[in-house]
Every structure is written in C-alpha cells, then in structure tokens.
Design a protein around this ligand. Structure first.
Ligand SMILES: NC(=O)c1ccc[n+]([C@@H]2O[C@H](COP(=O)([O-])OP(=O)(O)OC[C@H]3O[C@@H](n4cnc5c(N)ncnc54)[C@H](O)[C@@H]3O)[C@@H](O)[C@H]2O)c1
Length: 303
C-alpha cells in the first residue's frame, strides 16, 4: 500500500507477525484488533478512512479442536471491530475471506455464486465473518469488500517469506530439508493424475488485489458490498507442484503417497472473472514464480 502512495497505520499484536517487516516510515501500533478501546483510538488519531482487516486465526486443524476460540475471535472480535469502525465513521471495509467458505463443491470452476458450505469451523467463521461485514456495512452505510483468497504461496522478497509450515509448498521444503521424501495425501482422486488440484496465487498478486480493491472502495461512487474470488483460475495438481518443487530445489526424490486426508476436496479452482471485471485485477505470476521465490525465502530462513 505504501509503495503505491497510500498512507497506512498498522495495528498488529505480533502473535504471528514480525514488526521488522514493516517499512521504517509505516506507523505501527502493537496491540490487538480485539481491544476495542485501542482500535477506537487508532482510528481517531490517524483519521482512518478505510480498514483492511487481515487478522484472524487460520489453522483448519486448530479450528476443529478449538472452535470456540475461532468463533470468539474471528467472528465475535470482528463484531466489536465493526462497531468501532461504524462509530468512527469509517467509510470502507476490506475483509480477508477464504476459499474455505465454499467447502468441497463439485464444480470445475468455483464462481462467487457457487453455494457456500464450509466443512470446518475455520471456514464457517470466514463465512459468518462475510455475513457480518455485509450486514454491518448495510446497517451503517459503509462500503465493504470480501476477498476470498485461494491457496497463497510465494514471497515478494526472501526476507519477507512466510516462516510457517502450514501450506503445501513449505511443507514439501520442510520434508526435503529433513532429508525426507515429500508426502502426497491421496493419489486416487478422480483427477487426471489422481492427486488434488488447487489454485495457487502469488502473495505479490494478492497484495495487488488488495490495492485494486481498496482503490475501488475509495471511488466516490462505490456503495454496497462486493465479494470476489482471488485466484488464478488455473488448477495445478499436488503431483505437478511437487515435481516443480523438485526442479526448483534440485531435489527430485519421488514423493511417497499416503492416505487421503479427511475433508480434502479433489479440486478447488477459482473463477477469476469477477475479479477481472470488478477490480480490473488479474494474477500475473505463475506457480514457478511462487516456488522460486518461496524457496529463496526458505533458504534464507533455514540456512
Ligand atoms: N495464507 C493463506 O493461504 C490464506 C488463505 C485464505 C485466507 N487467508 C486469510 O488472510 C488473513 C491473513 O492470513 P495470513 O496468512 O497473512 O496470516 P498471518 O498469521 O501470517 O498474518 C496475520 C497477522 O495478523 C496478526 N494478528 C492475528 N491476530 C491478531 C489480533 N487479534 N490483533 C491484531 N493482530 C493480529 C498476526 O500477528 C499477523 O501479523 C487471515 O484472515 C486468513 O484467514 C489466508
């Protein structure tokens, strides 16, 4: 955002984030988005006109084990935040949603009209969050946008790479670094190579999508709500991804196939048409860019 000339203030409790990743000129407040008094002060002191709400718990497995924590913070906390936003007269609200709202639809391309049927509490909180955001926007007269991210990967610079091992790309890197073969969960799906197909999106493209959405929200004639998929519209199988990771890392040992994981959809690929139409945004980076950049980041953080 700052690179694009926008002024921002960042509120983050650093539960998973790192303050050193912010540019030196970005005002930073350490604290929780669940702390309503603090949020109200920050909105007022910085004359905030729009909010991009990224903070959330996002681990599917943990959400199954601790659903009350997910509902309390991702939904209840969001309700408090929206009250503060409405009270401060903020006119625009951008919400990080997820492809997890769809669950496992049996369609070739997931459009925004595909029925939402999340299959875990994390996805449920994202869907409830969307409902809440749209309802609050309608009630208080601010414009809202929900971005449903598909599978985020890659790094904009090695030092900014994700250090968590929660998604497939770092999970494969982790196995290779431990001198172990990558794992594929299920190779008997009804897909061309039997492995699950996903839509991967480079984090730099995702950032551009936020900028496009923020700009659209800032236009004087923007009212109401928009909910849009953020993906490339192209499917890549887990086996294709593992092969690509082998090429990039130079470690081409064959993957081991294990049992399917419960809840994994055979295919989850976005229709990217609405994003192109409404945001004028389209992903530019391919899966090799994601793996290349993620690998440079992994090497930096694990050398
Ligand atoms: N990474 C993905 O693949 C993906 C996919 C779909 C949706 N999303 C959504 O995107 C958003 C960001 O995900 P991410 O991968 O960047 O996660 P992340 O954990 O890397 O970043 C979340 C940030 O929010 C901060 N945070 C968490 N709880 C907070 C709180 N109560 N108050 C203030 N700050 C808080 C963390 O410190 C961190 O800086 C989440 O809402 C997530 O559900 C992510």
């Amino acid at each position: 955002m700052t690179g694009a000339g926008e002024r921002v203030v960042v509120l983050d409790d650093l539960s998973t984030g790192t303050a050193a990743r912010l540019g030196p000129d970005v005002p930073f407040v350490r604290g929780s988005a669940l702390d309503t008094g603090l949020v109200e002060r920050v909105l007022a002191e910085h004359s905030v006109t729009g909010v991009v709400h990224l903070a959330a718990h996002k681990q599917v497995g943990e959400s199954v084990a601790r659903p009350t924590r997910y509902y309390r913070d991702n939904v209840g906390g969001l309700a408090d935040l929206l009250d503060a936003v409405a009270g401060a007269g903020v006119q625009r609200f951008l919400f990080s949603s997820s492809a997890a709202v769809y669950g496992n639809p049996d369609v070739d391309l997931i459009t925004e009209d595909t029925p939402c049927a999340p299959v875990n509490p994390y996805g449920e909180t994202k869907l409830a969050g969307e409902w809440l955001v749209r309802a609050a926007g309608r009630a208080h007269g601010f414009a809202t946008t929900c971005l449903r991210y598909f599978n985020v990967a890659g790094a904009t610079a090695p030092e900014l790479a994700d250090t968590g091992v929660f998604n497939v790309v770092p999970m494969v890197f982790d196995r290779l670094t431990r001198d172990e073969a990558p794992r594929i969960f299920g190779a008997d799906y009804d897909t061309p190579d039997g492995t699950c197909i996903r839509d991967y999106i480079h984090v730099a493209d995702l950032a551009d999508a936020h900028l496009a959405a923020a700009r659209r929200l800032s236009a004087p004639d923007t009212v109401g709500d928009l909910t849009v998929n953020i993906g490339r519209g192209e499917g890549v199988s887990v086996r294709e991804l593992v092969t690509l990771i082998g090429e990039v890392t130079g470690d081409t040992r064959p993957a081991v196939v294990e049992d399917r994981r419960p809840g994994d959809a055979p295919r989850a690929v976005a229709s990217a048409e609405l994003a192109a139409r409404e945001l004028g945004w389209k992903a530019r980076q391919g899966v090799r860019d994601m793996v290349d950049s993620a690998w440079r980041g992994w090497q930096l953080h694990h050398s």
